[in-house]
Design a protein around this ligand. Sequence first.
Ligand code: PXP
Length: 241
Amino acid sequence: MPKLCVNVDHIATLRQARRGKEPDPVLGARICERAGCEGIVVHLREDRRHIQERDIYLLKEGVRTKLNLEMSIAQDIVDIALDLRPDFATLVPERREEVTTEGGLDVLKEKERIEKVVERLQEKEIKVSLFIDPELEQIKASKEVGTDFIELHTGRYAHSEGKEQERELKNLVIAKDKAIELGLKVNAGHGLNYQNVSPVAAISGIQELNIGHSIISRAVFVGLEKAVREMKEIITVGSRQ
Ligand code: PXP
């Protein structure tokens, strides 16, 4: 069964709406862990639109499961990650004007830069994951740059319907199989919610699902602890199908 890791960025989005102190994503992380999540994920974006440096250092101290820092390969962000030493670092593409991380990393195109960043992070005993689209060329390139994990971008699956969604689900399975065959460990995430997560949870061999927006959105109505528990329950049931 895949583990549930909760991305708490959007607790910070709410806080930054008033540039104040609440709600605090650090407290949110504690509640997610109490509800049974198996990891906390945050994205320190270059524009600091939600998570701040203060958050990641407090999370590093407080997180009892594991901390996964999503990050671009910009020099100043890499320097922060090397200083922070989270358990995991997930390299993601980043464009300032995007609403959220829109596509996967182009590992083929940026092979040399990515390889150097992977190496520097691993030297500090940080496990590295690359957020990529479910495409064979990207998986092969990921293996070549020496990453430990890949995270398959589930956005195309999440944003499609019917036959097209079935095709995207098959793509995820094919990509996962290829990655495992090459010796990579596989996570998945982006756009997963209470309605669409089950078929992804049922894919054997995926280690972790990283889910943020849908859980934080549901938390507004039912509370964070319940929102996390409900997602865990759906993943548990879905993984048995
Ligand atoms: N995985 C990665 C690499 C991401 O960038 C994000 C979004 O920050 C997520 C998972 C979570 O996506 P969502 O908020 O749509 O659940």
